[in-house]
Write a protein that binds this ligand. Structure first.
Ligand code: NDP
Length: 283
């Protein structure tokens, strides 16, 4: 029976580490600041932004909340981002996605100064990752890498199968695994015989958004399984992209849903904000 990789516990450790960095920055007179931009009144987005702002407060960081009506234009949002780019007390800018139609979300994201891109979603940040240069990395993949590190499972030479190729998760996690010398296979909706490919994975990362798409019987004995998916079933339960119960009987390690990758994402956003405030990152 595989061990549960407890994202809540690891996220607590990350938060404690960030707290230490915040204290060190305070000695230099720097208080990390995160600007949050929430457009419209989507309840899930409101909860996510709220937890990010609370996370800042708990660690002695500042947050600057911007609540914007859904009828805002793309140009107005870009202007807001540019204003935040120029404010020295703002070290990180988080635009909560998805943005309501017809706003051009990409135009808004690309307006974020790379030095403040704590979600790691601008083409500059993504390009730095591709090129192996220092930069701010997307939070969910960063959190996944930290979870993998906690297991002690070696990545060098390991077969890593990533299911899902989004800019938010699949592509960046594939690059980060490659950086750590895994042999990476990146799957998507056109992949033939997904089961056969997943069976080759010493490490499996599922980021699809389809409940239990990855069957437990596909998991190789002793594999490390990271389930990014968050899916709500008809009866209101949250399930991942992996068939958890069966997968656990085969895996060495597996993340639960909820309580696996989810808590890591916010913790890594706080870590990125502290890093941006420490200004290791060039603009
Ligand atoms: P996207 O919808 O952007 O991407 C989904 C990917 O899955 C696409 O690349 C798609 O392929 C692929 N896919 C869809 N169907 C299949 C299939 N049948 N077989 C193989 N691949 C398939 O999703 P995200 O990456 O943004 O999110 C994925 C999941 O992770 C969601 O459940 C989301 O809620 C969750 N999530 C959780 C986070 C957390 O903090 N825990 C953070 C971010 C996301 P194609 O490209 O060919 O269409």
């Amino acid at each position: 029976m595989g061990e549960i990789l407890d994202g809540k516990a690891v996220a607590e450790r990350v938060r404690a580490e960030v707290g230490g960095r915040v204290a060190a920055l305070a000695e230099r007179g720097i208080v990390p600041g995160l600007a949050t931009v929430l457009v419209g009144d989507d309840p899930a987005s409101r909860v996510y932004v709220g937890s990010k702002e609370k996370g800042c407060a708990a660690l002695g960081m500042r947050s600057f909340g911007h609540r914007i009506a859904a009828d805002v234009t793309t140009a107005e949002l870009v202007a807001l981002v540019e204003e935040l780019n120029a404010r020295p007390e703002v070290h990180g800018i988080l635009v909560q996605l998805p943005l309501p139609a017809p706003i051009d979300a990409d135009a808004v994201i690309q307006a974020i100064a790379p030095a403040k891109d704590v979600d790691g979603l601008t083409v500059v940040s993504q390009g730095r990752l591709l090129a192996g240069r220092p930069g701010l990395r997307p939070c969910t993949p960063l959190g996944i890498m930290r979870l993998i590190t906690e297991t002690g499972v070696p990545l060098r030479g390991a077969g890593a199968v990533v299911v899902g190729r989004s800019l938010l998760v699949g592509k960046p996690i594939a690059l980060m695994l490659l950086e750590r010398h895994a042999t990476v296979t990146l799957c998507h909706s056109r992949t033939r015989d997904l089961g056969a490919v997943v069976r080759g994975g010493d490490v499996v990362v599922a980021a699809v958004g389809r409940p239990e798409l990855v069957r437990g019987e596909w998991i190789r004995e002793g594999a490390l399984v990271i389930d990014v998916g968050i899916n709500r079933t008809a009866d209101g339960r949250l399930v991942g992209d992996v068939e958890f119960a069966t997968a656990r009987t085969r895996a060495a390690w597996i993340t639960p849903v909820p309580g696996g990758v989810g808590p890591m994402t916010v913790a890594m956003l706080l870590a990125n904000t502290a890093a941006a405030a420490g200004a290791g990152i060039a603009a």
